[in-house]
Write a new protein. Structure first.
Length: 277
């Protein structure tokens, strides 16, 4: 298993992150980088977020460029509001285009999407939070979850696995999952309240979750470890969980990072769509 950045549009030099563990014949997926778009600073340049103050015309152009390079139709994409909650929505052809052109039209109060509709692109936006992608190769279903610290401590990744079981008959041991680029434990210092909540949510796993890289610094949290833990507890096999292990703050020349960019920045997109059978 591996994660790599691949140039998918040589004209505009658009790059996309891809996991080798997701079979290309079953699904299209990608995690966008920040170069190759039309947005101006501080959103330069491939900003895919309609909710961060960027010119909507530029964001829509960026979405079209990125999804076209993936072989997908940006007018059909579905995206949720993303409120750092735990709500999961199953979407289908009736939801096609929700949030594609207007943030107000996105799936309200939702932080994860699942579907078994071929050709329907799911898009979630990130700038340090953790994208978790799902592919059920047996029942042909996909999903994406938004794993910020609040969603992670509320176990949105595990709840997405459960919802896919309920909706599609997904068996966790057959499910493929991937943890995308996000702020890493190297850079993600948290306060005592966040530390307390993670200790309560993941008892006995403090050594995996927390580190103290600086002698005089505070506690650092691994969202990667927290999401892997809950996926494994939900029944996903360890060998079926891929990880980018790429810190968006360390690599903010490639990815948007809320912390590294001072809070005003664009959003990378995590996209997945089933291929037609």
């Amino acid at each position: 298993m591996s994660f790599s950045l691949i140039e998918i549009d040589p004209v505009y030099h658009v790059y996309s992150g891809q996991f080798s563990s997701f079979p290309e014949e079953l699904a299209v997926h990608g995690l966008s980088c920040r170069r190759g778009g039309v947005s101006e600073a501080p959103w330069a340049s491939l900003d895919l977020g309609l909710h961060v103050g960027d010119d909507p015309t530029a964001v829509i152009a960026n979405r079209r460029r990125y999804l076209a390079a993936l072989g997908l139709d940006a007018s059909q994409l579905v995206t949720p509001e993303q409120v750092h909650g735990e709500a999961i929505a199953r979407v289908g052809s009736r939801e096609a285009g929700r949030g594609a052109l207007s943030y107000a039209d996105s799936i309200a109060q939702t932080d994860a999407l699942i579907t078994d509709e071929p050709g329907l692109p799911l898009l979630l936006c990130f700038a340090d939070c953790t994208p978790i992608l799902f592919l059920d190769p047996v029942h042909r279903a996909v999903g994406i979850a938004h794993g910020g610290w609040k969603g992670t401590v509320r176990r949105i990744a595990a709840k997405t696995v459960l919802r896919m079981q309920q909706e599609f008959g997904t068996r966790p041991e057959e499910l493929l999952a991937a943890i995308g680029p996000s702020i890493g434990p190297c850079c993600y210092e948290v306060g005592p309240e966040v530390e307390r909540q993670f200790k309560e949510a993941f008892p006995g796993h403090e050594a995996k979750l927390f580190s103290h890289p600086d002698e005089e610094g505070g506690t650092h949290l691994s969202l990667w470890a927290a999401n892997r833990l809950q996926l494994e507890e939900a029944g996903v096999l360890p060998e079926h969980i891929d990880e980018a292990r790429t810190c968006t703050a360390c690599h903010h020349e490639d990815f948007f990072s809320y912390r590294a960019d001072g809070g005003r920045t664009g959003r990378l997109g995590a996209v997945i769509a089933l291929r037609p059978a």
